[in-house]
Design a protein around this ligand. Structure first.
Ligand code: FDM
Length: 231
């Protein structure tokens, strides 16, 4: 009826290691949805346009030792500051296609090794510790994980100069993503779709489009509320 509440948008998250083509696929997916007259907008984390994001940007571009826990909490704060707008966007019926989120947060911080780390921030950065600052954030309706092995990633051209663009770290990050996938699978709330990112841009795009049409359909027929992360 005319008085029924509008359907909420779906929160679709693309995650994956560096060079897997996430950013390209996020923008192709938004264009694809818009071409079907489906409201959609791209989000990306870190969002370097905010004050917190500016600090993160400086950190990523420098090699100055900074406490790893403090940095982790900045990345998390950068999501929390965006959360109200994200929730509002979904409530208005616009779908969100997001480039990285809390999974990247946990995967990167927890992949740092004690010997690379400085100062007060000794001890393990456990998965649990890393997850805790993101508990309660709006949860994606699904994670689309673009999977690419390290050798394939490196064939796509050298890394840039940012501090995380190093082979050993990237390999551990990939392992952490797999652990987070299995945690979500045990909880049974946030489904993961793993896409082979070694295929052509067009093939990956087609795969993602198929997955996303199912997600949007499910969210629209569901009475389910937007979930919360790792609660
Ligand atoms: N990254 C990203 C983190 O370490 N923590 C986070 O919470 C997020 C969202 O930041 F190396 C890392 C991942 C990457 C770097 O990301 C910059 P982009 O997507 O290259 O801007």
């Amino acid at each position: 009826s005319a008085t029924s509440t509008p359907k909420r948008g779906a929160f679709i998250l693309l995650e994956g290691v560096d060079r897997c083509g996430k950013t390209t696929q996020v923008s192709l997916l938004v264009k694809h949805l818009l071409s079907l007259s489906i409201a959609a907008v791209a989000y990306r984390f870190p969002d370097r346009t905010t004050q917190v994001g500016g600090l993160i940007n400086e950190y990523l571009q420098s090699s100055v030792q900074t406490d790893d826990r403090a940095i982790h909490l900045l990345f998390s704060a950068n999501r929390w500051e965006a959360a109200p707008k994200l929730v509002d966007t979904l409530a208005r019926g616009t779908n969100i296609v997001c480039d990285r989120y809390a999974y990247s947060g946990v995967a990167f911080t927890s992949a740092k090794r004690a010997e690379d780390r400085s100062s007060m921030s000794g001890g393990e950065l456990t998965l649990d510790w890393c997850m805790s600052s993101d508990v309660g954030l709006p949860a994606p309706d699904a994670v689309i994980f673009l999977d690419l092995d390290q050798d394939e990633a490196e064939k796509r051209g050298g890394y840039g100069g940012e501090r995380y663009e190093k082979r050993e770290l990237q390999m551990r990050v990939r392992q952490r993503f797999a652990e987070l996938q299995s945690i979500d699978e045990k909880q049974g709330r946030i489904p993961w779709h793993v896409v082979d990112a070694s295929q052509s841009v067009e093939e990956v795009q087609a795969r993602i489009a198929g997955i996303v049409s199912n997600i949007i359909e499910r969210v629209q027929t569901d009475t389910a509320q937007l979930g919360r992360m790792w609660g």
